[in-house]
Structures are given as structure tokens and as C-alpha cells.
Design a protein around this ligand. Structure first.
Ligand SMILES: Nc1ncnc2c1ncn2[C@@H]1O[C@H](COP(=O)(O)OP(=O)(O)OP(=O)(O)O)[C@@H](O)[C@H]1O
Length: 377
């Protein structure tokens, strides 16, 4: 058997580089391939000294050459490590082909309705004609599977460009991947930051999202390590903060804004949404009761000089719709659907103006509202 370099390169193309969405040849890891009779020497340069990754690369190279080129080839893999010292400003992630805008939804405080608002934002964008994905990154309490009634489904594995990828589950026009698909119901998910970041990277880079106008990321509550690693490894277009109007929530929302604006993260804040802004009883439709205080999040947005994206009232049917797995905004012409439409239009507008005024986080494409031709009214 006469070995040739082209066949070896083709075989190496079938090895995907975890978390990078590229194969081994594309990633530039392979520096040299030398062939001497039935001997092959492959030189790799990795950017990590981690032993298990070096071992994995060596085993993968041997395996694909034996399986796909020549089973008796004598394969030698030489590995050099060249770990670049990254500056904090350089560690932003690269664009994900096909995904135009990635919007992270955060809250600071837990339980303020971040996941509910994200789900309703996703279906409203879809109603407007956008292609939408939702990544539920809430490692402490993933809820997208319940809110979209896909608890019993699992992402299928598909082959795309010779690579095996996770196919998001789709409902109501939204493509969904969630940590919840990979955990058992009632199981507490206590993952360390790096583990969670790795799982999330796979759900982003090793998933068959296809073309998306918006990928919404439902972040865990708080401002911890997991947020840092997500922000630093992904080209986030902008962030949306959800808060209820009371002081304890506002204090945490403020921390959320500060997190996105800190130098090493520097993700533009598209604005703040006030959830559970007021309550209107059915029998007194003209009355508004400000149970958690009036205009707290609106005032916070003014103080911090970030856009106010709108308010969503406290309504029993929003909770009920979330519980049965059909986001309330899917209904037509209800006060909730209309409120969500106003909020969503503002999110789109802020994305458009962010994309016009700031350099891209690489993944920025929509530059006019007209480009969003399906936006109603
Ligand atoms: N505007 C609203 N009106 C009525 N109920 C709401 C509203 N927003 C959220 N809820 C309900 O409040 C509860 C908490 O909402 P949700 O799970 O979206 O919060 P969260 O901020 O994502 O929570 P966590 O921090 O645990 O991720 C849910 O039962 C949800 O249905």
C-alpha cells in the first residue's frame, strides 16, 4: 500500500476539535505530515498543555489513519504545545457561521421571570418572522424544556459537513437546546463553572443551529464564573436584563449591568425589561396595582443610562402558560401578546442601532429594521 498525503489529510478532517466547531485540518493544529513508506509522522501544535487533550489528539490521529487510510500504517504523532498568553480583550469568541445575533438574557436576582421573558421574547421574534434559537444555559434551574413542552424530547445527532452535531429540538418556531435535555428530572445540577462552560460550548459550537437571526441565551441568575466564561468565549451581540421593580431585585440587576460593562467582558447592554411591573384585577380593568413598587426598573435604566425596553404586567395566565408549556405571547392580540410585541420590537431596534454604532462582536449582521421585513406594524 502506497500512502499519500491527501488521504491522510482527508482522514484528519474527520476529527473535530472540541468546542471550536472546526476539524483538525481547518484549525491549523496539523503542522506537518511526513510519509516514509508505510510510516506516517504527524506533527501537531496544540494550544493547551492538558495531558488528556494531548493523549486524545494522539489516539484520534492514529485511529483515523488506521481506520480510514491503512490499518497497518506505522503512525507517529509528535505534539508541541504553544499556549498563547491571551489578553482579556482578545479572548472574545469567534463568530458562529449562520448565527447573526446572540443576545444574552440575564437577571441578577433569581425568580424574577427571566426564563419566562426569554421564552416569550423567542416566540414573539418567531411570530415576527425571525429565525430564532434559544439556548437555556441556566445550569441551576433549566426550564426551557417545560416552558416549550419538549421535556420528553431529546436532541438528535445529525451529520453536518462530516461532523456529528446535536440538532436542537423545535417547537413554536423556536429551536431549543437546554441543559435540561441532559439531566434527569428532579436532579439538581451542581456543575462547576468550567464543566458547565464546556457543555454550553458544545451546545453552541457542536450544534446544528442552521441560519438564525437571533440566538437567545437564558443565563443562570447571578453574576458568577459561568457568566464570565460564557461572555468570554462567545461573540455576544448584546445583553438584556430582566428585573422586577423592588429594590432587592434592582440591586442585583445593577450588578448584572455592571458585569456586562466591565472591561474584560464589554458586552453592550441592549436594555432592561421590567417584569411583574403591576397587577390589574379582571374586575377592575382600569386599575394598576404596583405590588413590587412603581417603575423601579425604568428608573434604574435611566440612572444607568441604558435603554428601557418595556414592562410586562403580573398576570396569572403568564404563569399558567409557562407551566403548560405554551408561552403566553403565542396568543394573538391579547394584552400580554401586545406587550411582548412592544418589548420585542424595542429589543430589535436596540440590536439594530447597536450594530450600526459599534464594531461587530463578529456575529452582527442585521443593520436595519427594514432588513427585518417581517416586523409587524
Ligand atoms: N409576568 C408574570 N406574571 C405572572 N407570573 C410570572 C410572570 N413572570 C414570571 N412568572 C412566573 O414566575 C415564576 C418564576 O419565573 P421564571 O422561572 O421565568 O424566573 P427566572 O428568573 O428565570 O427564575 P430562575 O432564577 O430560577 O431561573 C414562574 O412560575 C413564572 O411562570
Amino acid at each position: 500500500m502506497k500512502l499519500n498525503k491527501k488521504d491522510i489529510e482527508k482522514a484528519l478532517e474527520t476529527i473535530s476539535v472540541s468546542g471550536e466547531g472546526q476539524n483538525m485540518m481547518e484549525s491549523g493544529v496539523v503542522k506537518n505530515i511526513n510519509i516514509f513508506g508505510d510510516e506516517v509522522e504527524v506533527d501537531l501544535t496544540l494550544n493547551t498543555p492538558a495531558l488528556h487533550i494531548k493523549k486524545r489528539a494522539e489516539v484520534d490521529v492514529m485511529k483515523v489513519i488506521h481506520e480510514k487510510v491503512y490499518e497497518k500504517a506505522k503512525v507517529k504523532v509528535n505534539i508541541k504545545v504553544d499556549a498563547p498568553q491571551k489578553k482579556s480583550t482578545e479572548i472574545k469568541g469567534k463568530a458562529i457561521p449562520g448565527i447573526k445575533n446572540i443576545v444574552a438574557v440575564a437577571s441578577g436576582k433569581g425568580g424574577v421571570g427571566k426564563s419566562t421573558v426569554t421564552a416569550n421574547l423567542a416566540v414573539t421574534l418567531s411570530k415576527m418572522g425571525f429565525k430564532v434559537g434559544l439556548l437555556d444555559a441556566d445550569i441551576y434551574g433549566p426550564s426551557a424544556t417545560i416552558m416549550f413542552d419538549v421535556e420528553r424530547e431529546r436532541p438528535l445527532s445529525v451529520t453536518e459537513d462530516g461532523k456529528s452535531k446535536m440538532k436542537p429540538v423545535e417547537n413554536y418556531g423556536v429551536k431549543i437546546l437546554s441543559i435540561g435535555f441532559f439531566t434527569k428530572p428532579n436532579q439538581a445540577v451542581i456543575w462547576r463553572g468550567p464543566m458547565a462552560a464546556k457543555a454550553l460550548n458544545q451546545m453552541i459550537f457542536d450544534a446544528a443551529w442552521g441560519e438564525l437571526d437571533f440566538l437567545l441565551i437564558d443565563l443562570p441568575p447571578g453574576t458568577g464564573d459561568i457568566h464570565l466564561s460564557i461572555m468570554q468565549s462567545l461573540p455576544i451581540t448584546g445583553s438584556v436584563i430582566v428585573s422586577t421593580p423592588q429594590n432587592v431585585a434592582l440591586a442585583d440587576a445593577k450588578k448584572g449591568v455592571a458585569m456586562f460593562q466591565q472591561e474584560s467582558i464589554n458586552v453592550p447592554v441592549l436594555g432592561i425589561i421590567e417584569n411583574m411591573a403591576y397587577f390589574t384585577p379582571a374586575e377592575l380593568p382600569d386599575n394598576k396595582y404596583y405590588i413590587f413598587g412603581e417603575k423601579g426598573a425604568r428608573n434604574l435604566a435611566d440612572d444607568l443610562e441604558v435603554p428601557f425596553l418595556g414592562e410586562l404586567p403580573l398576570v396569572q395566565s403568564i404563569r399558567e402558560a409557562g407551566d403548560i408549556g405554551r408561552p403566553a405571547a403565542l396568543q394573538q392580540n391579547t394584552p400580554i401578546a401586545n406587550a411582548m410585541e412592544e418589548i420585542t420590537k424595542k429589543v430589535v431596534q436596540e440590536t439594530v442601532s447597536r450594530n450600526k454604532s459599534l464594531p461587530p462582536t463578529e456575529a452582527i449582521k442585521i443593520t436595519t429594521m427594514a432588513g427585518c421585513s417581517a416586523v409587524k406594524k
